[in-house]
Design a protein around this ligand. Structure first.
Ligand code: SI3
Length: 308
C-alpha cells in the first residue's frame, strides 16, 4: 500500500463475500483485490460500509474482513478505508483501535441510527470519541442520511471540526443535497479536506462542484468506465464525460425500477466478475434469477463511447 497519498479518484465500496450458508467468505478476497486492480483500475476500497453490510456483521467478522483486505491489498492497493461505525460507541472504538493496529489508511464512521444524535454537538461528541482511539489514522465522516435518518447538515458539522478531531480528513458524502456539499467545499479552510461523493448516478455533478472523488458500489464493476468519465472531466471533455454518466444512469435507473440494493449489487458483481459473492445476510434476501438475467442483459446492451 502506498501510505498517505491523498485520497482521490474512485473508491470501491466492497461487498462482503459470503458462503451459500451465510458465513463470511475470506477465501475470495485475494481474487477480488486482483479483479479491482487489473480489471477495474480501482486501487482504493471502502470496507464494511453499507455495501459491505457492515452493520449486519459481528465485530469479530468485521475485524477478520478488515485484516484480510489489508493483507491481500498490501502492495496492490493505495488506500484501504475501514468503516468502523456501530450503534455502540464501545464497539466503534474497539473497531477503530483494531483498524489502527492493522495499519488501515483511514477510518470512517456513520452516525448512530437507533438512538440518533439530534444536533451537531451530539454527533461530533460521538465521532470524536471514536476518532481519538485511532489518533494517527485519517478520519472520515460517513454521511448517508437516507439510511441513518441523521440529517444534520455536513456544512454545519465541519465548522471547527479539526479542533475536536485533529485527524479529520474528509467526508464520504452519500446524499443528493448538492447545496450542502457545495457549501462544505466553498470554504477556504476546507481545501485540506477530501470530499468523496457517494451517489454514483450523479457523480459528474459532484465533480463539477469540486468533489475529489467517489466511494460507491458500482465502481466494483463499472470502475473502468467511471475512470474514463473522470479522465474526460479532467481533460475537460464534458460531452464525453456526460455520455459516461448518462450510460451509468441508464443502467442504474433500469435496475432501480426492478428493485436495487446491496443484494442486487452482490448478484451483479458475481455475474460481471465471476467471483462468487454469495447471498446477502438477512434481513436482506438474494436477488431473483429474473433480476440477474435482466440486469446482465441491460449491462451487455450498453454501447460505451470507448467501443466496449
Ligand atoms: C445507499 C447506497 O447503497 N449507496 C451506495 C451507492 O454506491 C449506490 O449503490 C449507487 O449510487 C446506486 O444507487 C454507496 O453510497 C454506499 C457506499 O459507498 C458504502 O457501501 O458504504
Amino acid at each position: 500500500m502506498t501510505p498517505r497519498k491523498k485520497l482521490e479518484g474512485l473508491v470501491a465500496a466492497t461487498v462482503t463475500p459470503m458462503t451459500p450458508d451465510g458465513r463470511i467468505n475470506l477465501s475470495v478476497i485475494h481474487q477480488y483485490v486482483d479483479y479491482l486492480v487489473s480489471e477495474q483500475n480501482v486501487k482504493n476500497i471502502f470496507v464494511n460500509g453499507t455495501t459491505g453490510e457492515g452493520l449486519s456483521l459481528s465485530i469479530q467478522e468485521r475485524k477478520q474482513l478488515a485484516e484480510e483486505w489489508m493483507c491481500q491489498g498490501k502492495d496492490k492497493l493505495d488506500h484501504v478505508i475501514i468503516h468502523v461505525g456501530a450503534l455502540s460507541l464501545l464497539e466503534s472504538q474497539e473497531l477503530a483501535r483494531h483498524a489502527a493496529a492493522i495499519g488501515a489508511s483511514g477510518i470512517a464512521v456513520i452516525a448512530p441510527s437507533f438512538f440518533k444524535p439530534t444536533n451537531k454537538d451530539e454527533l461530533l461528541g460521538f465521532l470524536q470519541k471514536v476518532a481519538s482511539e485511532a489518533p494517527t489514522v485519517p478520519f472520515y465522516y460517513y454521511h448517508i442520511p437516507a439510511m441513518t435518518g441523521v440529517k444534520i447538515r455536513v456544512e454545519e458539522l465541519l465548522d471547527g471540526i479539526r479542533e475536536q478531531i485533529p485527524t479529520f480528513q474528509g467526508v464520504k458524502f452519500s446524499d443528493t443535497d448538492l447545496l450542502d456539499l457545495a457549501q462544505c467545499i466553498n470554504k477556504k479552510e476546507r481545501e485540506q479536506f477530501v470530499f468523496l461523493y457517494g451517489v454514483d448516478e450523479q457523480l459528474l455533478s459532484a465533480l463539477a462542484i469540486g468533489a475529489n472523488g467517489a466511494v460507491g458500489s458500482t465502481y466494483n464493476y463499472l470502475g473502468r468506465k467511471t475512470n474514463l468519465m473522470l479522465q474526460a472531466f479532467a481533460k475537460p471533455d464534458l460531452a464525453l464525460a456526460r455520455k459516461y454518466q448518462f450510460l451509468t444512469g441508464e443502467f442504474l435507473s433500469f435496475v432501480i425500477k426492478l428493485g436495487f440494493g446491496v443484494a442486487q449489487t452482490k448478484a451483479v458483481m458475481t455475474s460481471v466478475s465471476g467471483i462468487p459473492m454469495g447471498p446477502p445476510r438477512l434481513p436482506l434476501v438474494g436477488a431473483s434469477e429474473e433480476f440477474i438475467a435482466k440486469a446482465k442483459a441491460k449491462l451487455e446492451s450498453i454501447v460505451w463511447p470507448d467501443g466496449d
